[in-house]
Unconditional design. Structure first.
Lengths: 137, 497
């Protein structure tokens, strides 16, 4: 959202300064920028939210996300090195958190599951912690 | 505990000399060259600057030596270093993967060695002792190995008892083999180095290579070049590349020896810098047998192990046998993997739609540049005739991409020019991912990526373009096999705290 606001401001400035007096209709870029911003702020987040999904099975956590490339990440509990529950400032306001599983792998070294209610995130964290078996990789 | 460990040992005094020598190029050549280049001060001033450079280099080396100390405590090793920015690094024993001992030519002269302490964390967690006396290096390694729980565990698990001093030689490269390997390691890097050094000559000694007497006739000769001369020039460059490759390979892999020790393999190699590394079995995540396009035609293969400490300085995998016959590779692999390679017919192919998808993707990548180029050069459109070749390449890729599940490992073959065979024991799986790109979704395909510790981000283990249902089933099967393998492993050894 911040990015799109900046983008709009820059477009308005560009419109006013550069394109004045050009055959391009005045305000074209501003309109385009506003349209893109509307898309980014209202349409896309809802789509992205629906694209996130998770499933806690007996031995693994499945996390699915992505619109363009759909990715389903599977982390066996026995492989989890440690778990974080974190909140940025905006997340803190709405009471949601991000559950992050860390493994020794490369691609799955940090598997995020955002948008969980804090209580649920902490419950999941404790549940998974109980299932971690500590031994050598 | 960590506060009590005193860093009470100094590096070997020869460190002062080796560091001075090593930093000479920048002090004595670089700076004077820059100064000489900028002002026509003449040779005497140049000498003065060189002498000042030497003094600066020695002083810097002395400060480094003075401010470096290390100590071995009860549970960790402590390294204190830094002249201006002091740093105290504590490395607990259980984090240590291994101790590498490296001996460059200077170190061989002075009887010292550089000790590298490897942890799983990468460069920021490593410890470097550059350099200690050779006997001290061996002593450190013995002490740290004895106290390292991971290494003792590896030795305990290993039923193969090896007498120290009688390590069986598993793989060896004599000079002939190393030279042959060098021939396959073509390298054009040094051409740039050679041409770059011409600039230095000019700055240092006032010699202008370009104004020399032979350049003008050569230039006019080149202007009147016929096909024959051009071919000769290309041949010359190729020869240079081959020579550079051979020299590099000799320097790195001279007298390559792979021996069996308790709990792992020990690898020694190098001509100027003798490097010694241990590959503990319990750190090996997976094995890769690779071969380049040309090398395979002659029957040469390369065996690598992906280990836990994916050290950025070593480019990921540990090489166990850089250039060997298939039989030799298998002989080494038998110590790591308990079973034989499955026969060819057991492998399962991926979907034939792989050909379609890859062709479409490559075409998409090429169409735009070709269209853009054809605006300027209309004949670029002729490049579109390459399309059948793309389809052929995709078909070859499909033919050579297959996988196989045995009771112990997952085998994946990939690539038709430069080929890879991945061998992954199920218990080493760290995570799985099923990816579906937009085109894949339309074609009902998916890619299964298997994540392991220390994997390369550029070349991960992937089974590309399987039918979606088969991908899900394979993922579930792998998880099941992984669980069973881990259960079996934890029954064999008691859980560690």
């Amino acid at each position: 959202m911040a990015a799109s606001i900046i983008f709009i401001v820059i477009s308005i400035a560009a419109d006013a300064l550069i394109f004045r007096g050009q055959p391009v209709p005045l305000g074209l870029f501003t309109i385009l920028a506003v349209l893109v911003a509307l898309l980014l702020i209202f349409v896309l987040p809802a789509r992205r939210y629906r694209a996130w999904g998770y499933d806690v099975s007996e031995d693994e956590l499945h996390v699915q996300n992505g619109i363009w490339v759909r990715i389903r990440t599977i982390v066996p509990f026995g492989r989890v090195q440690h778990i974080d529950v974190s909140q940025g400032p905006i997340e803190r306001r709405y009471g949601v958190g991000v559950l992050t599983l860390h493994t020794a792998g490369t691609r799955s070294s940090a598997v995020h599951l955002p948008g969980l209610e804090m209580a649920q995130a902490e419950r999941m964290r404790d549940e998974i912690r109980g299932k971690i078996r500590r031994d050598l990789v | 505990m960590t506060l009590q460990t005193i860093a009470d040992r100094r590096l070997h005094p020869a460190t002062f000399v080796t560091r001075t020598i090593r930093s000479l190029p920048q002090y004595m050549l670089g700076i004077p060259a820059a100064v000489g280049f900028m002002s026509d001060s003449g040779f005497h001033a140049l000498l003065l600057f060189a002498a000042a450079g030497l003094a600066a280099a020695s002083f810097g080396a002395y400060l480094f030596w003075r401010r470096f100390a290390y100590g071995v405590g009860a549970q960790e090793i402590v390294i204190e270093s830094g002249v201006l920015h002091r740093q105290r690094r504590v490395i607990p024993f259980e984090r240590i993967q291994d101790i590498d001992i490296e001996r460059g030519p200077l170190a061989r002269l002075f009887g010292t060695a550089k000790v590298r302490i490897e942890t799983g964390g990468g460069a920021k967690d490593e410890g470097n002792l550059d350099s200690v006396g050779l006997s001290e290096a061996y002593r450190l390694r013995a002490v740290l190995r004895r106290r390292d729980s991971a290494a003792t565990a590896a030795v305990a698990e290993d039923k193969y008892a090896v007498e120290p001093g009688q390590e069986p030689l598993l793989f060896h490269m004599d000079l002939k083999r190393v030279l042959l390997a060098g021939l396959f390691n073509f390298s054009l890097v040094y051409i740039a180095v050679i041409f770059g050094s011409f600039q230095y000559l000019e700055a240092l000694f006032g010699i202008d290579v370009m104004a020399m007497e032979w350049v003008e006739p050569a230039r006019s000769l080149a202007a009147a070049a016929t096909w024959g001369l051009t071919a000769l020039a290309i041949l010359f460059i190729l020869l240079l590349g081959v020579t550079a490759g051979v020299l590099r390979t000799i320097a790195r892999d001279y007298d390559f020896r792979l021996t069996r020790v308790s709990g792992g393999l020990r690898r020694r190699r190098g001509l100027f810098t003798l490097s010694e590394a241990l590959i503990p079995f319990n750190r090996v995540q997976l094995s890769i047998i690779r071969s380049g396009a040309v090398a395979r035609l002659f029957g040469w293969f390369r065996l690598e192990f992906q280990t836990l400490s994916a050290d950025a300085g070593k480019a990921g995998n540990q090489v166990a046998a850089p250039f060997g016959r298939e039989q030799e590779i298998w002989r080494v692999l038998a110590h790591v993997s308990p079973e034989d390679l499955p026969p060819e017919q057991d492998y399962i192919r991926v979907s034939k739609r792989h050909i379609l998808r890859q062709s479409l993707r490559w075409t998409a990548w090429l169409v735009l540049p070709i269209a853009g180029a054809s605006i300027v050069w209309p004949w670029a459109l002729g490049l579109l005739l390459l399309l059948p070749f793309l389809i052929g390449a995709a078909a070859l890729q499909w033919r050579h991409h297959r996988y196989c599940l045995t009771p112990v490992c997952l085998y994946v073959r990939q690539g038709f020019m430069s080929r890879r065979l991945w061998i992954l024991p199920y218990e080493r799986i760290q995570g799985l991912a099923v990816d579906e790109g937009p085109l894949q979704r339309r074609l009902e395909l998916a890619t299964l990526a298997v994540d392991t510790a220390g994997a390369s981000a550029l070349r991960p283990l992937q089974i590309v373009n399987l039918p979606v249902a088969q991908t899900q089933a394979l993922a579930d099967k792998l998880l099941d096999l992984h669980r069973k393998a881990r259960a079996l492993a934890s029954m064999r050894e008691p859980l560690r705290a």
